[in-house]
Design a protein around this ligand. Structure first.
Ligand code: HEC
Length: 256
C-alpha cells in the first residue's frame, strides 16, 4: 500500500500515466535526434565527397573549400550520381574555364542541367535548393566556395538555439526526477547540453572565420549527444526497470 508519507517525487514511483507521457516524449525525441544525425551525414557528411562526417566536411561546410566552387564540390560529393561521368566532367571543365554565360549554352551545360538537374533544382520543387533554370543561380555556385553565408548561419543558429533548448528543457525536467543520480552530477548533466549548445553554435561562426575551429564543432555536438544519451537511459531505467527491483523512497527534487 502506498501512503502519503511513502509516495515520493521520483521517476520510479510515478503512476503509469505520467511514465507513458514521459516515455512517449523521450522515444520521439530520440528518433528525431537519429534523423538529425542521418540528415547531417547527407548534407555536411558528403561535403568532402566521402561518406561520413569528418573535420574536412565541417571546414568545407562553414569555411568553404577556397580552392574550388560549391558546384564542383557537390559534383564530387552528394550530386555525383545525378548525372553521367561524362556530363559531370563537362560541367567541372566549364567551371574551370570561367563559368561564362555564353559557354554555358555553347558547351552544352544548359542541356545537361535541364536533363539531369532541374527536376529537383527548379523554382517550384519546394526544396530549399537553388533554381537552376536561372543561369545566375548556377553561376553563383560556380564562384569560389566561401562556405556558409552569414545570413544562413544566423538563420540556422537561431532555429537551433530555440529548438534544442526547448527539447533539453523537457528531457532535463524528466531526468531531474531521477533519484539515483548524485545531485552535483545531475546538475552537471542537465546544464551540459546548454553549455555545449552555445559552444557548438559559436564554433560554426568561428569556423566560418578560421578553419582551425572545426574540431570545436565536433566536441560541442558530441558532448551534447552524450548528455542526451545519459539522461535518456537513466530516465528510462528509473521508470521501467528499477520499479521491478525495489521501491524508491527518495525525493529526487530535494537536495537531501
Ligand atoms: C534528386 C534531386 C536532385 C537532383 C537530380 C540534383 N540535385 Fe543538386 N541538390 C539536391 C538536394 C536535395 C540538395 C541539398 C542537399 C545537398 O547539398 O546535398 C542539392 C544541392 C545541390 C548544390 C548545393 C547548392 C547550395 O547552394 O548549397 C549544388 C551545387 C547542386 N545540388 C548541383 C546539382 C547539379 C549540377 C545537378 C545535376 C547534375 C543536381 N544538383 C541534381 C537535389 C538534387
Amino acid at each position: 500500500m502506498v501512503s502519503q508519507a511513502t509516495h515520493k517525487i521520483n521517476l520510479c514511483s510515478q503512476g503509469i500515466a505520467l511514465k507513458s507521457l514521459f516515455t512517449g516524449y523521450l522515444v520521439v525525441v530520440a528518433i528525431g535526434y537519429l534523423m538529425a544525425i542521418v540528415q547531417i551525414q547527407f548534407t555536411h557528411g558528403m561535403a568532402d565527397g566521402e561518406l561520413g562526417l569528418s573535420i574536412d566536411d565541417i571546414v568545407y561546410s562553414y569555411y568553404g573549400n577556397r580552392s574550388g566552387s560549391v558546384l564542383e564540390a557537390k559534383l564530387n560529393g552528394s550530386m555525383k550520381l545525378n548525372t553521367s561521368e561524362e556530363n559531370r566532367l563537362k560541367i567541372i571543365n566549364w567551371v574551370h574555364k570561367g563559368a561564362g554565360e555564353q559557354s554555358f549554352n555553347n558547351m552544352g551545360i544548359r542541356t545537361i542541367m535541364d536533363e539531369s538537374c532541374v527536376m529537383c533544382h527548379n523554382g517550384s520543387s519546394g526544396l530549399p535548393i537553388p533554381d537552376f533554370t536561372k543561369f545566375e543561380n548556377v553561376a553563383k555556385r560556380a564562384e569560389t566556395d566561401e562556405g556558409a553565408t552569414f545570413s544562413s548561419l544566423a538563420r540556422v543558429s537561431h532555429i537551433h538555439l530555440f529548438g534544442i533548448s526547448f527539447i533539453f528543457m523537457f528531457v532535463g525536467l524528466i531526468f531531474s526526477l531521477a533519484a539515483g543520480v548524485p545531485k552535483y552530477l545531475k546538475a552537471t548533466v542537465i546544464v551540459m547540453p546548454y553549455v555545449f549548445l552555445i559552444l557548438d553554435i559559436s564554433s560554426w561562426w568561428l569556423t566560418k572565420l578560421n578553419p582551425n575551429f572545426a574540431w570545436l564543432v565536433i566536441i560541442g555536438g558530441g558532448a551534447m549527444a552524450l548528455s542526451f544519451a545519459f539522461m535518456w537511459v537513466v530516465s528510462m531505467y528509473e521508470m521501467w526497470i528499477m520499479p521491478r527491483l525495489r521501491s524508491d523512497y527518495r525525493d529526487a527534487l530535494l537536495d537531501e
